[in-house]
Design a protein around this ligand. Structure first.
Ligand SMILES: Nc1ncnc2c1ncn2[C@@H]1O[C@H](COP(=O)(O)OP(=O)(O)OP(=O)(O)O)[C@@H](O)[C@H]1O
Length: 224
């Protein structure tokens, strides 16, 4: 399913405090694409990812998944769409500290009143090197392991698309490299679309398509 981003703009605040975070951003994301987005701090990267993934709404413009305009419906419809179709990985892991790795991973399914698929959970744990870590609490895991739990959580509902907002930004380069290698491997093996924000040129260059954003203006980098 392709994702069509049609001239989306986002303005925060009003009057003298108005900030134009995105200016008529447009792109087509094809099923299976691996896309990286770079740009200076405050350029609008997170705003773009949040709107593409339905965590936020644009001021103007539309985002369509196939024929579905995701921002057209109510907040409840949008969150149901997000839970089923989209996985999101945050820089800060965002694991619940009182839940084990396994409980954190299956949380999106529980929120959607769905039963975990144990075989798929074990497969993800294997691909992410977490098989013997599932009963641990987040504070008993390294940063890299915590982020790999967050990757499994993003994948557990079998979404087609994964968005990652600086997923290695909180990790040392070795653990960050491991997380990226696993994410790329899973993307290939399971055939997912991956859109990633990064400040790391090496990570940006792993992607098949690269975008750059400056002052809310999005453009694709032509790779020769
Ligand atoms: N909720 C908000 N209210 C007001 N302004 C906001 C809000 N969120 C973001 N902004 C502003 O919109 C602009 C774009 O922010 P955004 O977080 O998208 O940038 P970014 O490229 O992701 O930055 P960074 O690399 O530092 O995370 C910035 O000027 C920011 O201050």
């Amino acid at each position: 399913m392709d994702i069509q981003v049609n001239q989306i703009s986002k303005t925060y605040g009003s009057g003298d405090n108005q900030v134009a975070a995105l200016n008529r951003a447009a792109m087509t994301i094809h099923a299976g694409d691996f896309i990286s987005i770079m740009g200076p701090s405050g350029s609008g990267k997170s705003t773009l990812l949040h709107i593409l993934s339905g965590l936020d709404r644009p001021t103007t413009g539309t985002v369509t998944y196939g024929k579905t305009d995701i921002h057209h419906g109510t907040d409840r419809e949008l969150s149901a769409f997000r839970r089923r179709k989209i996985g999101f990985i945050f820089q800060q892991f965002n694991l619940l500290p009182v839940l084990t790795a396994r409980e954190n991973i299956i949380m999106p399914l529980l929120l959607d009143r769905q039963k975990p698929d144990e075989a798929y959970l074990q497969k993800l744990a294997g691909l992410l090197g977490l098989t013997d870590r599932l009963d641990h609490l987040p504070h008993e895991l390294s940063g890299g392991q915590q982020q790999r739990v967050a990757v499994a959580r993003a994948l557990i509902a079998k979404p087609d698309v994964i968005f990652a907002d600086e997923p290695t930004g909180n990790l040392d380069s070795k653990s960050g490299g491991e997380v990226m290698a696993m994410l790329c491997d899973i993307r290939e093996k399971l055939g997912k679309t991956l859109v990633i924000i990064t400040h790391d040129t090496r990570i940006a260059e792993m992607a098949g398509r690269r975008f750059y954003i400056v002052d809310g203006e999005l453009s694709e980098v032509t790779v020769s």
